[in-house]
Design a protein around this ligand. Structure first.
Ligand code: NAP
Length: 250
């Protein structure tokens, strides 16, 4: 059963098979969206998310695509549009962390991987979203929500400064693109999650530092999903270019 009578249109979420993306997909369905759930490898997990979205009375579809490949991003957007209808919101969520290490130890392959997924893919996905939603391209407007990280501000010394830098690029994307497309019917917003209970962390990390945020605990994916859902909706209609921290005060 749906929890709202509001129909909000179609949302596409990258990396929707697990963690924050999976929670966001279900929360968006509960808020009235039909949901395109992108995943890279975990088809079973993506199908479980699709079923959970459908339980809210919405249409949902899992689409495999590696967002590091521009042609796969195009296929992803085209498939969701063909199956569910014109896209009205995009959640730019897929991302990876680097293994723990000091800057002095990084090699080029490590940096190319983390920047390729977190920064380059995020900008490519944003471009694909603008080409579908912008009134300058014949679209009807929409919302882009970029999933950054509190690391972009804190810097992640001794852990993954490269990851933090790759997410700082996402914050700049939110600021710049918001100004670029504000008059084309698109709002661009961001969230900076703190320590959230997902599989992204190295073994033992959450246990080691999970109580360090002022709120004394790690966050749950659902707590980030609620903020993403708010930003994607018209409840945030006078916001653009803003990135919200969802980090327990850390
Ligand atoms: P997660 O549990 O590891 O899930 C990552 C998701 O991204 C999965 O759905 C995965 O798909 C997908 N993905 C990874 N690379 C992809 C690619 N090349 N193409 C398409 N999909 C890809 O991670 P999470 O913790 O939910 O993180 C989600 C976002 O929040 C990331 O951008 C992350 O940097 C950010 N974030 C997380 C935290 C935290 O504490 N968890 C904090 C700050 C920011 P498969 O399932 O198919 O592998």
């Amino acid at each position: 059963m749906t929890e709202t009578d509001v129909r909000r249109g179609v949302v596409l979420i990258t990396g929707g098979s697990r963690g924050i993306g999976a929670s966001a997909a279900v929360a968006l369905a509960a808020d009235g969206w039909d949901v395109g759930v992108n995943y890279r490898t975990r088809a079973d997990e993506a199908e479980r998310v699709v079923k959970a979205c459908q339980e809210h009375g919405r249409r949902a579809l899992a689409v495999q695509a590696d967002v590091t490949e521009a042609d796969q991003i195009e296929r992803l957007f085209d498939t969701v549009t063909a199956e569910l209808g014109p896209i009205g919101a995009v959640i730019n969520n897929a991302g990876v962390v680097s293994p723990s290490g000091r800057v002095a130890e990084y090699d080029a392959a490590r940096l190319e991987r983390v920047f390729r997924i977190n920064s380059i893919s995020a900008i490519l996905v944003a471009g694909a979203a603008v080409r579908r939603m912008s009134t300058a391209y014949g679209g009807s407007g929409g919302v882009l929500v970029n999933v950054s990280s509190r690391a972009a501000v804190l810097g992640s010394a001794g852990e993954y400064v490269d990851y933090a830098a790759s997410k700082a690029a996402v914050d700049a994307l939110t600021t710049g693109l918001a100004n670029e497309v504000a008059k084309e019917g698109i709002r661009v917003l961001g969230v900076r999650p703190g320590l959230i209970e997902t599989d992204i962390h190295e073994a033992g990390r959450l246990q080691r530092i999970g109580t360090t945020p002022p709120l004394g605990r790690p966050g749950k994916p659902e707590e980030v999903a609620q903020v993403i859902t708010f930003l994607a909706s018209d409840r945030s209609s006078y916001m653009t270019g803003t990135t919200l921290d969802v980090s327990g005060g850390r």
